[in-house]
Design a protein around this ligand. Structure first.
Ligand code: NAD
Length: 484
């Protein structure tokens, strides 16, 4: 069985704990992908020390040169795209087509931030005094910790690593413990691209041990976290107490509003994709649909038919639409929500009960499920499920739909399906979400624009695009009075 080590100070190194975790294919639990080192708190501290030592030289390297390294990494990742995509499908369960798309997105993100290396990194201002130059410049924060989830094991790490590096920070990266192979590839690619030792360190391991060690280390000046709300808020509190900086991207309960004038084909396609692709395990997945009464029956019939026809199976199979849940815990959590749906008396349109027999007994499969006529106060309408489960409710009007859609603590993504530009504009204005889609699914993000949510979905900062700079830099204002 192949063993994968930690990456500390430019070396692949065995964990001081001597512990390794097996990495299991969720589509077929007999397939063990490898054994991955589990970092101890001492390993994490060694990684932070290495990042601290590497910081002055990395910060001192001209930004354009740092961008060159990202360019090389993009090319190397592109050359390895198929291998990385297959690793992702095998350890995360998403379909190979989605894994290829995500890896290509990782390449695009690296290229975008390589390009940012030649953008202005400050501003010159007018001044009230003669013989003065007044300007700002951006400086790196220092050693930054990155804590990431399993659901986008290439895109999310890369959209943190790329801006953090290009703006001159050094990093300790703790990926989700159940998707360590894709993390290994990302670090390997960046190291091959010529990153100096200590600039990027990899500490696989559990959140409780490795994650917590990073959060407690005073030399980690900032942490960018994507994951669940409970963990995120806890990290934020701890960082705040010691004067550190935290950026959080967390849960969602994303609505789609389908109006009477919607193109039915588009509506069904976008809700199916948004709710079921990646087995519903996206922070931006569709989980509530508010449908105007005039087309409620027609839409729900069509959606139920579409969902019933989806192929569930191993993501490696080209005919599969949705693969398994990522882990036994995640499968259990989705099945518990289906029990809640039953207890709450929700009407099942499709799915609703566990899958069994044949392939389904070999992995962590869950049924794509549609609930109809869901009460607005039901738990399935209010809590993040993180599975292929969508609940429909009829609404009388656009205003009613916006009010219902806004009535949850989350505000990550939302979509409207309509042909009426006036109503679309009212929706864009009234919906409480950081990402708004029109005639599109709720999931999907391009690297050059800000990504993040309103309310409990985020910490009011944004990732990606130019917005990423705000977290990964600090501003220095310079009053330069020159001798004449
Ligand atoms: P999680 O919170 O369990 O884990 C996320 C990361 O935090 C993992 O690396 C984990 O090991 C680490 N962690 C766990 N406990 C920790 C602790 N005490 N201290 C430090 N680190 C700790 O989340 P998950 O199950 O991996 O991911 C699913 C969640 O992520 C969902 O809520 C989803 O909505 C959210 N998510 C949000 C976005 C977004 O951009 N808003 C994107 C993807 C996923």
């Amino acid at each position: 069985m192949k063993r994968y080590e930690l990456f500390i100070d430019g070396q692949w190194a065995a964990p001081s704990s001597g512990k390794y975790q097996p990495n299991i294919n969720p589509a077929n639990t007999n397939d063990v992908i490898g054994e991955f080192a589990s970092a101890s708190p001492e390993d994490v501290n060694a990684a932070v020390d290495a990042a601290k030592r590497a910081f002055p030289a990395w910060r001192g390297m001209p930004m354009v040169k740092r961008g060159d390294i990202l360019h090389k990494a993009a090319n190397l990742l592109e050359a390895r795209l198929e291998e990385v995509a297959q690793a992702m499908t095998r350890e995360e369960g998403k379909t190979l087509i989605e894994a290829r798309g995500e890896t290509a997105r990782g390449v695009a993100i690296l290229r975008y931030f390589a390009g940012e290396a030649s953008q202005p990194d400050g501003e010159v201002y007018p001044t009230a005094l003669p013989n003065r130059m007044l300007y700002t410049r951006r400086e790196p924060v220092g050693v930054i910790g990155l804590i990431t989830p399993w659901n986008f094991p290439v895109a999310i790490p890369v959209w943190k690593i790329a801006p953090a590096l290009v703006y001159g920070n050094t990093l300790v990266f703790k990926p989700a413990e159940i998707t360590p192979l894709t993390a290994w590839h990302i670090v390997d690619v960046l190291s091959q691209a010529g990153l100096p030792k200590g600039v990027l360190n990899l500490v696989n391991g559990s959140g409780r041990v490795a994650g917590n060690a990073m959060v407690s280390n005073e030399d980690v000046k900032a942490i960018s976290f994507t994951g669940s709300n409970g963990v995120g808020r806890d990290i934020q509190r701890k960082l705040q107490e010691r004067g550190g900086k935290a950026q959080l991207e967390m849960g969602g309960k994303n609505p789609v509003v389908v109006l009477n004038d919607a193109d039915m084909k588009v509506a069904v396609e976008m809700v199916t994709r948004g709710a079921m692709k990646s087995t519903g395990q996206k922070c931006t997945a569709t989980s509530r649909v508010f449908v105007q009464e005039g087309i409620y029956k027609q839409f729900s019939d069509a959606l139920v038919e579409a969902v019933k026809s989806l192929r569930i199976g191993d993501g490696m199979d080209a005919n599969t639409y949705l693969g398994p849940a990522v882990s036994k815990d995640q499968q259990q959590s989705v099945l518990e929500y289906l029990e809640i749906g039953q207890k709450e008396g929700l009407k099942v349109g499709a799915g609703g009960s566990p899958l069994s027999g044949g392939t389904f007994d070999q992995g962590f499969y869950v049924p794509p499920t549609v609930y109809l006529d869901a009460a607005l106060d039901s738990r399935l309408m209010n809590e993040e499920i993180f599975g292929p489960v969508v609940a429909l409710a009829p609404v009388a009007s656009l205003d009613h739909a916006i009010e219902a859609a806004n009535n949850v603590p989350y505000g990550l993504s939302a979509s409207i399906i309509s042909q009426d530009i006036g109503k679309i504009m009212r929706f864009i204005d009234g919906i409480q979400a950081g990402l708004v889609h029109v005639n599109d699914e709720t999931a999907g993000a391009e690297p050059q624009v800000p990504f993040g949510g309103f309310k409990e979905s985020s910490s009011h900062s944004r990732e990606q695009g130019k917005a990423a700079r705000d977290f990964y830099t600090q501003i220095k204002t310079v009053y330069l009075d020159y001798p004449v």
